[in-house]
Design a binder for this molecule. Structure first.
Ligand SMILES: [Zn+2]
Length: 250
């Protein structure tokens, strides 16, 4: 055990020995469609899990909003003043708190996804790379940076957690996966959360857009392209990560 001084406060580092990790048996393939509204949607072709991104977005927004307030207040103080010292300490306390909560949420999400894979004997997971999509995003630059950082961090955590069970995470190009119709194969740009095929002679609809996206990534990676009339995940579960820490901003 170690007592460590970090960011204006003491941290207790504890080393614990954990039981040996269960290794994956079987060689099922799955795919993940990452996103803003839904942090991750995973499918093995039969079932799907949709993880809500609401909590992560709320925490990111809160972090940026409060941080801006701190910066503004700090900029009005004199260098070396008591007021500035107090504000800086409060800022670090806040950052510690909120960043731990963001990290905790990401750990919860990646652990849930890893467990999901383990019980379904998933050996390989393809994950869509949204970089291309996000660059085209017209949202505010700041939000974009945060989400890119969050996506990178989440992928890192996921890769680490999966690897411990002997599961491989493979990044792939996800272009076209959430817009290509699983029935007729035509591409339609999507605007809503429920998929709608724009081909009037087809008109397929009724599946969650991100579930279709994950299913499309899986299809592309396993079969080398989109299969017309492919089977879609029949069972869809939803996970909404909850706040465990008290709602204290600073
Ligand atoms: Zn169609």
């Amino acid at each position: 055990m170690q007592l460590v001084w970090h960011r204006n406060q003491y941290w207790l580092h504890v080393t614990v020995e954990k039981p040996a990790l269960q290794k994956v048996r079987g060689d099922v393939t799955a795919a993940i469609d990452p996103g803003e509204v839904h942090t991750a949607t995973i499918t093995d072709g039969k079932e799907a899990l949709v993880v809500s991104g609401r909590l992560l977005r709320t925490l990111h927004r809160l972090r940026n909003k409060v941080l801006r307030k701190f910066q503004k207040a700090i900029s009005k103080t004199h260098k070396g003043s008591n007021r500035r010292r107090k504000l800086l300490a409060a800022k670090y306390r806040f950052l510690n708190n909120i960043e731990r909560r963001i990290e905790h949420t990401m750990h919860t999400i990646s652990a849930t996804v890893a467990r999901w894979c383990l019980v379904r004997n998933v050996k390989t997971v393809y994950i869509g790379n949204p970089d291309g999509v996000q660059k085209k995003d017209c949202g505010r630059k700041h939000n974009q940076r945060v989400s890119q950082w969050a996506f990178g961090k989440l992928r890192e955590l996921l890769e680490y957690k999966l690897k411990r069970h002997g599961i491989e995470l493979v990044p792939v190009d996800e272009r076209g996966t959430s817009g290509t119709c699983p029935v007729c194969g035509e591409y339609t740009k999507q605007t809503g959360r429920v998929y709608r095929c724009g081909n009037t002679s087809c008109g397929f609809t009724g599946i969650h857009r991100d579930v279709l996206g994950a299913s499309g990534i899986l299809d592309k990676c396993v079969n080398g392209g989109f299969t017309r009339g492919r089977k879609l995940p029949a069972a869809v579960d939803y996970l909404r990560p909850q706040v465990l820490a008290p709602k204290r901003a600073a």
